[in-house]
Ligand binder design. Structure first.
Ligand SMILES: *Cc1c(COP(=O)(O)O)cnc(C)c1O
Length: 382
């Protein structure tokens, strides 16, 4: 089976990880700090806090902002459930903003319309989580302008988008988002097995992210209530978690980061091959806008005929092509249905879902395997 995505592990990666096993630190050592600094330097952010997953990073981002019961978080229905769940972990309510069908991202027009309505009804969101779907940045300039007008914080879920760019700058530089989140799950652009990171240019938010990633404990006397009692002393000043990344993960991430630009380049080439080879089929190809350069975590085709999605999907799987669907609209998950969401609430997201198939794109996808994907799709759809 040709998977829809998978990691690449090199001899350098293996050497970097095995070296950690015989070093002094398996966790809480120098490699996590080095990985944080390297990612921050790469994308141009001031601060980076590593975590054991992007899900954890999203959670501490909400905590750092102070999201709590009675508050409201909005995100896109077309995302992994973690983009919404982070609000629920904090006891906040979650709502969704429908997508722009051209990009599959949260529509800035729909966001503005919903904000105008929310202001009238007296309940604006505290946090909005735009998701850089497939590696393509959202319209971050407009989302930032809306954040400044309506007073919410922006947590950009860029789990798909490390190495991608918006308006000429790497995603994560923090020109528009208060906090940007990366995922290092094996199907993402670079991997640490499990892992994530929160980036920000705001020193106060960075200090709070640092606190929540490790129990709410500080060793910084400046943060303590009263004076330090000695060199051993620490204080728990908030209720945090143990979401720390290990040294093994950080060593893998540091090694992988060296190949980030080459990886994204390879994905862009594969995307261009699909764009040319599938253009005449009865489907809509993904669109990369003039201001964005996608990292192409996913390559999603949308079939003209939604009724054929399941049979086409099954024929592709039967032919050894490990296609997938990203994503089932989050508001249609039973957990969210039980909170009051219904089919029809976000019609553009639901229409997208009914037609979408993710086809393979990853660094180890050979030209021959990609041709097999193309030929199989052409055989099924023509
Ligand atoms: C993968 C993913 C996450 C969660 O990442 P983990 O590192 O697996 O926790 C969150 N949001 C989006 C959009 C993702 O694709």
């Amino acid at each position: 089976m040709i998977p829809y995505g998978r990691q690449e592990i090199t001899d350098d990666d293996i050497a970097a990880v095995t070296a950690v096993l015989t070093s002094d630190f398996l966790t809480q050592g120098p490699r996590v700090t080095a990985f944080e600094n390297a990612v921050a330097a790469k994308v141009g952010a001031a601060h980076a806090i590593a975590a054991n997953s992007a899900t954890s990073a999203l959670h501490i981002a909400c905590q750092a902002i102070g999201l709590g019961p009675g508050d409201l978080l909005w995100t896109s229905p077309i995302t992994f459930v973690a983009s919404a769940n982070c609000g629920r972990y904090c006891g906040a309510d979650v709502d969704f903003v429908d997508i722009d069908p051209a990009t599959f991202n949260m529509s800035a027009d729909a966001l503005e319309a919903k904000l105008i309505a929310a202001q009238k009804s007296g309940r604006l969101p505290q946090v909005v989580v735009p998701v850089a779907m497939c590696g393509q940045s959202c319209d971050m300039r407009r989302i930032r302008a809306l954040a400044d007008t309506y007073g919410f914080k922006v947590i950009e879920d860029a789990s798909h988008a490390i190495g991608g760019s918006f308006a000429g700058a790497y995603v994560g530089r923090g020109d528009y988002a208060d906090i940007t989140i990366f995922s290092f799950h094996p199907v993402k652009i670079i991997t640490t097995a499990e892992g994530g990171m929160a980036l920000t240019n705001d020193a106060a938010l960075a200090a709070r992210l640092r606190l929540f990633v490790s129990h709410g404990i500080t060793r910084d006397e400046g943060q303590m209530v009263g004076a330090s009692e000695g060199p051993w002393y620490y204080q728990q000043i908030a209720l945090g978690e143990n979401y720390r990344m290990t040294e093994l993960q950080a060593a893998l991430g540091l090694s992988q980061l060296d190949r980030l630009d080459a990886y994204v380049q390879t994905r862009r080439q594969q995307a261009a091959v699909y764009q040319a080879a599938l253009a005449d089929l009865p489907l809509t190809l993904p669109f990369d806008g003039p201001e964005t350069a996608s990292a192409w975590h996913l390559f999603v085709i949308r079939l003209d005929d939604a009724a054929s999605r399941r049979p086409v999907f099954e024929q592709l799987r039967a032919a050894g092509i490990g296609v997938n669907v990203h994503y089932i609209p989050v508001h249609l998950q039973p957990y969210y249905r039980a909170l009051g969401f219904n089919p029809g609430d976000f019609p553009l997201a639901e229409d997208y879902y009914s037609r979408a198939i993710s086809i393979p794109v990853y660094v180890g996808l050979t030209a021959a395997a990609q041709l097999q994907v193309i030929n199989t799709l052409r055989r099924i759809l023509t």
